[in-house]
Design a protein around this ligand. Structure first.
Ligand code: BDR
Ligand code: CA
Length: 314
C-alpha cells in the first residue's frame, strides 16, 4: 500500500522536484500540499506551487497557503539562490490550478484527522506551519506517522556558518517539531549535498524529451548557476526530494538515531542543529538523522517520476 503523505513546501527549485517525485511515485499517495514563507514570500511560494502543479499535470491534490512569517523573527528569503520569483529560470504558463479557501494548518488538520491511517508529513521549507499545527491541535500527533523534514545538518550550515536555511528561517518552529514527541527524521545538508544534479543527470532528463523534463532542466540549470556563483559548487544539490525519497524507498537514505537540539540563543550559532551522533550528552534519541545517500538510486527514482508525469501531460 502506498504511504499517505502531505508535503509542506516553499517552492523553490528543489521543492518543485520534490513535488513531482511525490506526485508520481507509486510508493506514496500525495494527499495534500501546503505552502509556507521561506525561499520567497508565501504569496510567491504558493504561486510557484500552482505553477508546478500546472506544468506537471498534478490534479486532485488540495493545495493551501500557510504562514506568511516565522513564529518569532522576521522572514528572510533566499532570493539569491532561487531568484526574485522563487522559481527563476523557466517561463511558466498561467497557473491552471488554484488553492483551496483554507489555511494550510486547517487543511493539514482536516486531512490528517480524516484519514483512516496515520499520515507522513514531509516539510521541505521552514517548519512554521507544522509547528503551528502541533501547538494548535496537540491531539493531531496521533494521526502523524512521522515527520520527515529537509533541514539542518550534522555539519556546517548554508545560511550562516552554523545554520541551514530552513531551520535558520524559523528556529523556534524547528525546536517545537523536534521536541514534540512525534517521530522525526532529519534530512540535512550532510546528505542533500550528495544529491547533485550533475551534467549526467541533466543529460538523462533531457533525453526524456518531454516539455516537463525540459522545464526541469531549465530549473536545475538556473539552480546550478546560483550554486556555482554563491558557493562554487560544480553542480547544484537538489535537497528537498531527498526527504521524499526517504519515505518512498527508505534504503536510499541511511539514517542513525540521535538527539537533535536546535540552538535558539547562540550569539553566532542561532538556528544550528546540534546533533549528538556519538551520544556524548546522554540526552534521549528524538530523531533519525540521515547520514548517507545512495545517489544513483535517488536519481533513478526522480527521473522516473519526471518521465511518468511528462508522458501523462503530453
Ligand atoms: C533548503 O533551503 C531552501 O533554499 C531549499 O529549498 C531547501 O529546502 C536547503 O537549505
Ligand atoms: Ca525548500
Amino acid at each position: 500500500m502506498p504511504v499517505p503523505l502531505i508535503i509542506d513546501c516553499d517552492p523553490g527549485h528543489d521543492d518543485a522536484i520534490a513535488l513531482m517525485l511525490a506526485a508520481a511515485d507509486p510508493a506514496v499517495d500525495l494527499l495534500a500540499v501546503t505552502t509556507v514563507a521561506g525561499n520567497q514570500t508565501v504569496e510567491k511560494t504558493t504561486l510557484n506551487a500552482r505553477r508546478v502543479f500546472t506544468v506537471a499535470g498534478i490534479t486532485g491534490v488540495p493545495l493551501a497557503a500557510g504562514c506568511a512569517r516565522p513564529l518569532v523573527q522576521p522572514l528572510t528569503v533566499a532570493d539569491d539562490v532561487h531568484g526574485a520569483s522563487g522559481l527563476d529560470g523557466p517561463r511558466f504558463p498561467a497557473p491552471a490550478v488554484d488553492v483551496v479557501p483554507e489555511h494550510a494548518v486547517e487543511l493539514m488538520h482536516r486531512v490528517l484527522t480524516g484519514h483512516p491511517e496515520p499520515v507522513t508529513l514531509v516539510p521541505t521549507g521552514p517548519l512554521t506551519n507544522v509547528a503551528l499545527l502541533l501547538t494548535r491541535y496537540p491531539d493531531v500527533a496521533a494521526h502523524i506517522r512521522e515527520i520527515v523534514f529537509m533541514g539542518g545538518s550534522t555539519e556546517r550550515g548554508n545560511r550562516t556558518p552554523a545554520a541551514e536555511f530552513n531551520v535558520h528561517v524559523d528556529p523556534e518552529a524547528a525546536d517545537i517539531v523536534l521536541t514534540s514527541g512525534v517521530p522525526v527524521t532529519m534530512c540535512g545538508l550532510n546528505v542533500t549535498h550528495q544529491a547533485l544534479a550533475t551534467p549526467a543527470v541533466l543529460a538523462r532528463l533531457e533525453a526524456l524529451d518531454t516539455e516537463l523534463a525540459r522545464t526541469c532542466v531549465e530549473l536545475l540549470t538556473y539552480f546550478a548557476s546560483t550554486y556555482r556563483r554563491l558557493w562554487g559548487f560544480p553542480a547544484p544539490p537538489v535537497h528537498d526530494p531527498v526527504a521524499v525519497a526517504r519515505v518512498i524507498d527508505p534504503a536510499t537514505v541511511r539514517c542513525v538515531d540521535a538527539h537533535v537540539a536546535v540552538e535558539l540563543c547562540g550569539r553566532y550559532t542561532r538556528g544550528a542543529t546540534v546533533v549528538d551522533l556519538h551520544r556524548y550528552t546522554g540526552r534521549p534519541v528524538n530523531a533519525q538523522v540521515a547520514v548517507g545517500l545512495d545517489a544513483d538510486r535517488f536519481w533513478d527514482r526522480v527521473i522516473a517520476a519526471v518521465d511518468a508525469l511528462g508522458r501523462r501531460a503530453t
